[in-house]
Design a protein around this ligand. Structure first.
Ligand code: HEC
Length: 213
């Protein structure tokens, strides 16, 4: 029968096509892209499932650990004595309400030269894109439409340390929460550095009267 022969021919053709697909690794679209562009996204340097990422070089300290050495031979700037030192989790709404557990948080980190240096480093990384290197609210992303917010206003100076610590942690309004990127002690180093920018902490804390703290 004519129909039967055509059907058989079609099946044979299909089978041949499938064999060709399998032989080509079953990614005909990728193969086509490779012929056109010389590469496809299937081959890329990203890790495959269960691939082991490279370990950091021996002797290095992760920058985000908050254990950045303040000086040669000194490690672990700010190391909690116990878990009880870390403030309990809070919600952004508690910041807006200026809840006492936020407003009364005590800054456990002295504004030493090491703390201020770490604060400056973190500020330039995490805050200056929006608030500007001097805290005036003139960071580069404000040119792209981000709200400009100075940290040197009277209002910002009057916030207690715990408020600044917590706004870094949970964010507020248009400011994103940075708590997942900025560790506990780094937040306090940042508070110290913001205070220095505001002129609240003198640049040389050793010259400061204990009563002024
Ligand atoms: C993506 C931009 C952005 C980044 C990054 C950012 N901020 Fe903000 N910040 C804002 C905006 C916008 C506001 C105003 C928030 C609002 O809508 O109430 C603000 C508000 C603040 C305030 C309150 C000021 C006031 O007068 O009420 C403080 C303090 C502050 N930021 C500190 C920081 C610190 C410290 C960092 C770095 C850890 C940081 N911010 C990172 C955008 C940013």
């Amino acid at each position: 029968m004519a129909e039967g022969r055509r059907g058989k021919r079609l099946r044979g053709w299909l089978a041949g096509f499938l064999v060709a697909l399998t032989a080509a690794g079953c990614h005909p679209m990728d193969d086509l892209l490779v012929t056109i562009f010389g590469r496809s996204m299937r081959e890329q340097p990203s890790l495959d499932p269960y691939d082991q990422p490279l370990l950091p070089a021996e002797g290095t300290v992760p920058f985000a650990a908050g254990n950045f050495p303040p000086a040669d031979g000194v490690v672990q700037l700010g190391q909690a004595e116990s878990a009880a030192e870390f403030p309990a989790p809070v919600q952004p709404i508690q910041l807006l309400q200026q809840a006492p557990e936020i407003m009364e948080l005590q800054n456990p980190v002295e504004p030493t030269a090491g703390s201020l240096a770490r604060g400056e480093e973190m500020f330039n990384r995490a805050c200056s894109p929006c608030h500007g290197a001097g805290g005036l609210g003139d960071g580069p992303v404000t040119e792209a439409g981000m709200l400009s917010f100075s940290l040197l206003t009277d209002e910002a100076q009057e916030y207690p340390d715990g408020y600044i610590y917590t706004i870094i942690r949970v964010g507020r309004g248009a400011m994103p929460a940075l708590g997942h990127q900025v560790a506990h002690f780094d937040r306090w180093h940042l508070v110290n550095y913001v205070r220095e920018l505001q002129g609240v902490t003198p640049a040389d804390p050793t010259a400061q009267d204990a009563e002024d703290r």
